[in-house]
Design a protein around this ligand. Structure first.
Ligand SMILES: O=C(O)C(=O)Cc1ccccc1
Length: 341
């Protein structure tokens, strides 16, 4: 019988990372191991204690997950063997979870959560928060809520609802939405709430105080799958034709740094991709932490270093190596289809 390998995700269970991992991998093929932080996932994969890791990378409403970017920037060369080998998209619908207050309902108490008006009505037909107007209303009074726990990304995806209904409530950032739900379930005062998933409500026995509180219904998070070492290059048939359509089935990510204060050095790096007819799909940067205002740049583009019939991707990377100060290939993988529910 073959030994199942470990797969590390941001826990505790019922986090969005857990749900993304369960959608991407068969639960029977791996031992799913919850980690406390995204850094723990990188450390586990680099050390070999986990074969694969699933990390949140960016959100369609709130942008990059900077914790993940900083780990991929790998300034200290701690995660030198980590490569990206896959991606998956998850539609993220947040709920406000806690304990419904018994007794009085709609009470706009001073210093509390204000003017929550409970409603059992359906979610509005509007598809997204227009001019900061929330798309949904609370299902129960929120006036007893004094503290709100969640992952920083979740706060950023629910701004319209939070500023309307929980404006003066203290926010506490925690490592994941499922950790937030766990903390709320343990709070004997019943005065805290979490932004987390429907699955987290079920697991922790929490009431749903509001449903679908994300600013946009199309709120989607992209997760990347990481592994240690490189995958072997796919054999390419001699008559295989390279084309934009073929390259669009793959993605590649690189990081690079440029010479400080040299006009045109960033343009030169980007021009490499234009000259090789490679479609850029993403650009990011994080401080290099070497000197102020110096950056590690991230580029994503269509095409694969591992399945490259014309050699175009490999030739572009070689050219990048000539214009960049430093650079690193972070991986090539099969692009996922963007789904919506
Ligand atoms: O906190 C979680 O559940 C995560 O997996 C990170 C996250 C947070 C908010 C949206 C998507 C992913």
């Amino acid at each position: 019988m073959h030994q199942r390998q470990a797969l590390a995700y941001l826990g505790p269970s019922s986090s969005y990372s857990h749900q993304a991992a369960l959608e991407y991998f068969n639960r029977h093929d791996y031992i799913f191991e919850a980690q406390g932080t995204i850094q723990d996932i990188f450390t586990g994969v680099q050390s070999g204690s986990a074969s694969l890791g699933v990390v949140p990378f960016e959100n369609s409403t709130n942008g990059s997950v900077v914790f993940s970017l900083d780990l991929f920037a790998d300034r200290e060369r701690t995660y030198r063997d980590i490569h990206i080998c896959g991606e998956t998209y998850l539609n993220v619908h947040h709920n406000l979870l806690g304990f419904a207050s018994t007794g009085v309902s709609s009470d706009a108490s001073p210093g509390g959560s204000g003017d929550a008006t409970p409603t059992n009505g359906p979610r509005s037909n509007e598809r997204q928060a227009a001019h900061g107007k929330p798309v949904t209303k609370p299902l129960a009074s929120l006036s007893h809520i004094r503290r709100l726990y969640s992952h920083p990304q979740a706060f950023g995806q629910c701004e319209a609802f939070l500023s309307r209904y929980l404006n003066r409530v203290e926010r506490q950032e925690v490592s994941s939405t499922s950790k937030a739900a766990e903390l709320v379930a343990q709070d004997k005062t019943n005065s805290s709430a979490a932004i987390a998933s429907k699955v987290a409500a079920e697991i922790h026995g929490l009431d749903t105080l509001a449903r679908g509180i994300e600013d946009r219904e199309d709120n989607t998070t992209r997760f990347l799958v990481i592994r240690k070492g490189e995958e072997t290059a796919e054999p390419v048939a001699a008559d295989e034709v390279d084309s934009r359509e073929r390259r669009a089935n793959y993605k590649t990510m690189v990081t690079f740094t440029i010479e400080d204060g040299v006009p045109g050095s960033l343009t030169d790096a980007l021009m490499v991709f234009r000259e090789h007819d490679l479609n850029l799909t993403g650009i990011n940067s994080r401080p290099s932490r070497l000197t102020p205002w110096n950056y590690v740049f991230f580029l994503e583009f269509e095409g694969s270093r591992l399945s490259d019939p014309s050699g175009r991707v490999n030739s572009a990377l070689e050219a990048l190596g000539k214009v960049a100060k430093t650079w690193r290939w972070l991986g090539s993988w099969k692009a996922a289809k963007v789904t919506s529910d």
